[in-house]
Design a protein around this ligand. Structure first.
Ligand SMILES: NC(=O)c1ccc[n+]([C@@H]2O[C@H](COP(=O)([O-])OP(=O)(O)OC[C@H]3O[C@@H](n4cnc5c(N)ncnc54)[C@H](OP(=O)(O)O)[C@@H]3O)[C@@H](O)[C@H]2O)c1
Length: 399
């Protein structure tokens, strides 16, 4: 096959855009030209000459000599407009935008078929960890029981600091913001949205279901307290924010994002700070563990480069699990054991505990451990946003 030289139109020159630029310049074996870079802020100082930039997206989208669009902006709606315009005009696209992919997953898959173009997005889930292509290619015929992991570097950094230094959540968050790990508005990370978007993308490749993010229960870490960390430490656990997707029977899966206790014998225990980790459990390959940087310009840029390179030899996702159609149902009728810290006995009633195995109550600290149904958590998700307490999945398997 004769390779067409890659002429890239790049959108975004922030953390990941600049990271990609560096990675591309240092790559010996692979050559691609960035023809133009579209950015937004006309006043911002750039580290390369201004002749490389444009502020008009059509300069790139209408340039017929550009045969690959790399979309690395931080605005999901605008990204969707750029990506779909490019695909409709027959251009292949690489993106890192998890919110955009997760919110429009089905439509983006259909557009690829309709316009015979490729959309690759390895960096959107787990940044430098090559999980999507592994699910597509390595696990294409595997009976995957479950996948779980740490997919958000910001929350993992905060939880690591709270565990190691005994500091309050607000102090750890401020530290994360000062170090550039957390945005000034950290809502998407700390409330678990970001991890959920990534989980939905992964679910599409692991099981072939394109879930609406709205269908999936998520809970973050923004109300964690020193009591929770203290409880975990006394039991020898760390607390991590862990998205999970797994089979409940032959053709049905469930998924959710919840903080989880992790004991020291588990792979995820030592995945600290901004690192991410993913564990797959499968019938034949058994348990496998992937770990790597979950954020940062160069780490994410390396995953984008890998997609650019894959694009150059004609690679596209085949959505093999979707085509096989083995998993057809999604359920939230799934029992979980949770630790619940709460203030008011009335609040505990909200959760509809089916069984309580441990209970503690003092003036300052009350908790219960017991079994709840995921559907119930989903039903009360609106109330949980202002709930004075914290939930942790104990991770114990229920028989
Ligand atoms: N940062 C990470 O570690 C990481 C990891 C995985 C995935 N991602 C994803 O990668 C994407 C980029 O993230 P980032 O951290 O690089 O963001 P960032 O540092 O905030 O940079 C965003 C870039 O997008 C440009 N931009 C914003 N709106 C635009 C518009 N309407 N038209 C043209 N350019 C526009 C900005 O232009 P100006 O330069 O003019 O402001 C800036 O260059 C996001 O989707 C993010 O979720 C990031």
């Amino acid at each position: 096959m004769t390779k067409e030289k890659l002429r890239i139109g790049l959108f975004g020159y922030g953390c990941v855009g600049q990271g990609l630029h560096d990675v591309l310049n240092s790559s010996n074996g692979f050559k691609a030209d960035i023809i133009k870079i579209c950015v937004k802020d006309r006043l911002k100082k750039r580290r390369i000459p201004m002749s490389n930039f444009t502020f008009d997206k059509n300069d790139i989208l209408n340039d017929k000599s550009i045969n690959l669009i790399v979309e690395l902006i931080d605005d999901a709606d605008e990204a969707f407009s750029i990506v779909t315009t490019a695909m409709k005009s027959g251009k292949n696209v690489v993106t890192a935008n998890k919110m955009m992919v997760a919110k429009h997953f089905r439509e983006l898959v259909d557009l690829q078929t309709k316009y015979k173009v490729s959309l690759l997005y390895e960096a959107s889930a787990g940044a430098s960890i090559p999980i999507i292509r592994n699910l597509e290619e390595y696990y294409d015929n595997e009976l995957l029981y479950s996948l779980r992991g740490i997919l958000n570097g910001t929350t993992n950094y905060i939880l690591t600091k709270m565990h190691n230094e005994g500091i309050e959540y607000s102090v750890a968050l401020k530290g994360a913001q000062e170090k550039g790990f957390a945005e000034s508005d950290p809502t998407l990370d700390v409330q678990g949205w970001d991890a959920k978007y990534k989980l939905c993308i992964i679910t599409g490749h692991a099981y072939g279901l394109f879930l609406e993010p709205e269908e999936v229960f998520h809970y973050g870490i923004s109300t964690i307290s020193k009591f929770d960390i203290q409880y975990a430490k006394e039991k020898g656990f760390k607390i991590k924010l862990v998205p999970y997707v797994g089979k409940t029977n032959d053709n049905t899966i469930t998924s959710f994002v919840l903080p989880r206790f992790i004991s020291s014998d588990k792979y995820l225990y030592n995945v600290d700070n901004e690192y991410n980790g993913v564990i797959t459990e499968a019938a034949f390959a058994d348990k496998q563990f992937f770990s790597g940087k979950g954020a940062g310009g160069h780490a994410t840029g390396s995953a984008v480069l890998s997609d650019i390179s894959a694009n150059s030899y004609g690679y596209r996702y085949e959505y093999k699990k979707h085509q096989q159609g083995m998993v057809t149902n999604y359920t939230r009728n799934h029992k979980l054991e949770i630790y619940l810290r709460y203030n008011d006995e009335k609040d505990k009633e909200l959760f509809g505990f089916e069984e309580v195995s441990e209970y503690f109550s003092s003036r300052f600290y009350k908790y219960a451990i017991g079994i709840v149904n995921l559907e119930r958590l989903y039903t009360i998700r609106g109330q949980l946003r202002s709930f004075d307490g914290f939930i942790i999945n104990t991770g114990r398997r229920l028989v």
